[in-house]
Ligand binder design. Structure first.
Ligand code: FAD
Length: 447
C-alpha cells in the first residue's frame, strides 16, 4: 500500500506515524511545501517573546529522524500542484529547481492546513506587515524586531493567535494595539467573559480598539493604520491575524466536494467524496456534535485525532471521528481563558432555549495560600439540564475545569451529573465542592 500525504505538519506527520504503527510494510511519502515538517506551530509566538529561547526546540521531528526512526519519506520544499483522480497520481513540483514529476498513490491524505486571511485593504503588502503561520513567518518577524527595534506594533484581530502575539510582542518591549472588528476579543466566549480579558489587557498596557476594522495601512518606514472609524494608529509593524481559510484549492480543482467556509467535505472516516482520498485538519469540514452543524475548526487537537482515524481507516479499521465540540484555551498574560461547546451568542442565533449560570469560585481552598478566583459560565438545556457549553477565566486551574466539563459534554452529561461528579480534592488543588460541582449545583437550582 502506498500512501501519499500532502502537508507534513500537525495532521500530516501524525497520519504518517500512525500508518507506520499500523503497517510495517506500507510505503509512506509526505510531501511538504515548506522547509520543515512537524514543527510546533503553537509554539511560534513564544519564540518571538523569547519564552521559548531555542528555535530548534520548535522542530519536533526532521525528515532525517522520520526516515531513520520510522522509514517514512518526507519530501520537503516540494508542492503537490495537481491531483489526477483517474490515474490516482499527484503532480509534484520541486520548489528549488522547478522540476515537476508525477507519483502514483493507492491512498492520498490531504492535510494542507489553512492559510492566514489577508484582508483586502490598501497597504497589506508593505514592509513591516506580517502574517503568522510558519517557521519562516516567525523568522521574518523576529529578524524585523532585531533589525528595526520597533517601538509599537498593531495586531489586527483579537483571536487566540492575535492575543498570543500581543503578549509576546509586549515581552519584547513593544507597545501593542489590538484592533478588533467585533465588540470583544476571543469570539468563542461570551461578552461578559471577554470583558474580563479586555480589562486585563488594559491593565497590561495593551491598547484595544474594539468594534473597529482596519481600513488602510499607509506610510513608509513608520506605518499608519487607519481604522474604519477614521481613527489612526502610528506604528512600526502590523501583524494581520484575522483568521484562516482552509487550503482547499487543490481539492476543489480535483473535483472534490467542498462544504462550510470552503473546507473539504468528509465523512466520519475522514474520506472525501473520493473514497481513496482523505482530508483532515484545518482544511477539513467537521461536524460540531453539540449542535449537529457542519463547521471548520482549525485546532491542533482535532487535527491529530482525525489523523489517527484516517490512518486506521486506510489500514482497514472501522475508525470514525465523533466530531468536534470546540474545546480551546489560551493564555492572555496572567489569565487563562478556556471554553468548550457552544456559547450564548451561537445559541441565540439558533434560537435554542438555553439557560446559563455564572459562578465565581476559588481554584482551591481559600484558606490555603495562593488561591485565585475562577469565573465559570455554564450553559445548559433548560428542559433537561444537558450541558451545552462552558467558559472559564482565571489565573489558575481553568484548564482542569474546562477539560472535565468538555468530557461531560462529550458523554451528553447533565448539570445534575456535575452536582455529583467526584473530583479529586485536597486544599492545594480544589475544594470539597469543586467549581465544577458548584456550577452544576447553581445550574440545577436555576432549573
Ligand atoms: P498544518 O499543521 O498547518 O500543516 C499543513 C502543511 O501543509 C503546511 O506546512 C503547508 O506548507 C503544507 N501544504 C499545504 N499545501 C500543500 C501542497 N499543495 N503541497 C505540499 N504541502 C502543502 N491550535 C491549537 O489547538 N492550540 C494552539 O495553541 C495553537 N496555536 C497556534 C499558533 C499559531 C501561531 C498557529 C499558526 C496555529 C496554532 N494552532 C493552535 C492551530 C494548529 O497549529 C493547527 O490547527 C494545526 O497545525 C492544523 O494541522 P494541519 O495538519 O491541518 O495543518
Amino acid at each position: 500500500m502506498k500512501t501519499i500525504i500532502i502537508g507534513g505538519v500537525a495532521g500530516g506527520a501524525s497520519t504518517a506515524a500512525r500508518l507506520r504503527r499500523m503497517d510495517e510494510k506500507a510505503e509512506i511519502i509526505i510531501v511538504e511545501r515548506g522547509k520543515y515538517i512537524s514543527f510546533a506551530n503553537c509554539g511560534l509566538p513564544y519564540h518571538i517573546g523569547k519564552i521559548i529561547q531555542e528555535r530548534d526546540k520548535l522542530l519536533v521531528v526532521t525528515p532525517e529522524t522520520l526516515k531513520s526512526t520510522f522509514n517514512i519519506e518526507a519530501r520537503v520544499e516540494q508542492e503537490v500542484i495537481h491531483i489526477d483522480r483517474e490515474k490516482k497520481a499527484v503532480t509534484i513540483r520541486e520548489l528549488n529547481s522547478g522540476r515537476e514529476y508525477t507519483k502514483k498513490y493507492d491512498k492520498l491524505v490531504l492535510s494542507p492546513g489553512a492559510s492566514p486571511i489577508v484582508p483586502p485593504v490598501v497597504g497589506v503588502r508593505k514592509e513591516g506587515v506580517f502574517t503568522m503561520r510558519s517557521m519562516p513567518d516567525m523568522d521574518r518577524i523576529n529578524d524585523y524586531i532585531t533589525e528595526k527595534s520597533p517601538k509599537g506594533a498593531v495586531v489586527v484581530g483579537g483571536g487566540f493567535i492575535g492575543l498570543e502575539l500581543a503578549e509576546n510582542l509586549q515581552h519584547r518591549g513593544i507597545e501593542v494595539t489590538i484592533i478588533e472588528m467585533l465588540d470583544q476579543v476571543m469570539a468563542p466566549v461570551d461578552y461578559e467573559m471577554a470583558a474580563m480579558v479586555h480589562q486585563h489587557l488594559q491593565f497590561k498596557h495593551v491598547r484595544l480598539a474594539l468594534g473597529d476594522g482596519l481600513k488602510t495601512i499607509g506610510g513608509n518606514g513608520r506605518l499608519t493604520a487607519t481604522l474604519q472609524s477614521g481613527r489612526t494608529v502610528d506604528t512600526d509593524m502590523v501583524i494581520l491575524s484575522v483568521g484562516v481559510h482552509p487550503e482547499s484549492s487543490l481539492a476543489k480543482d480535483a473535483g472534490l466536494e467542498l462544504g462550510t467556509r470552503g473546507a473539504i467535505r468528509v465523512n466520519n472516516h475522514m474520506q472525501t467524496s473520493d473514497p481513496d482520498i482523505y482530508a483532515i485538519g484545518d482544511a477539513a469540514e467537521v461536524t460540531n456534535f453539540v449542535c449537529g452543524k457542519e463547521t471548520n475548526l482549525p485546532l491542533a487537537g482535532p487535527a491529530s485525532k482525525q489523523a489517527r482515524i484516517a490512518a486506521d481507516h486506510i489500514c482497514g479499521r472501522d475508525a470514525s471521528f465523533i466530531g468536534v465540540q470546540a474545546t480551546s484555551i489560551v493564555k492572555v498574560f496572567d489569565l487563562t481563558v478556556g471554553s468548550t461547546g457552544l456559547n450564548s451568542k451561537q445559541l441565540e442565533e439558533f434560537g435554542f432555549p438555553y439557560r446559563s449560570a455564572i459562578i465565581h469560585a476559588s481554584n482551591h481552598a481559600g484558606y490555603y495560600p495562593g488561591s485565585e478566583p475562577i469565573t465559570l459560565k455554564m450553559i445548559f438545556d433548560k428542559a433537561n439540564g444537558r450541558i451545552i457549553g462552558a467558559q472559564a477565566i482565571g489565573k489558575q486551574g481553568v484548564e482542569k475545569r474546562i477539560d472535565v466539563i468538555s468530557m461531560a459534554i462529550q458523554k451528553s452529561a447533565t448539570v445534575f451529573d456535575l452536582e455529583e461528579a467526584e473530583l479529586c480534592y485536597a486544599p492545594q488543588f480544589g475544594s470539597a465542592k469543586d467549581p465544577v460541582n458548584m456550577a452544576g449545583m447553581i445550574a440545577a437550582n436555576v432549573i
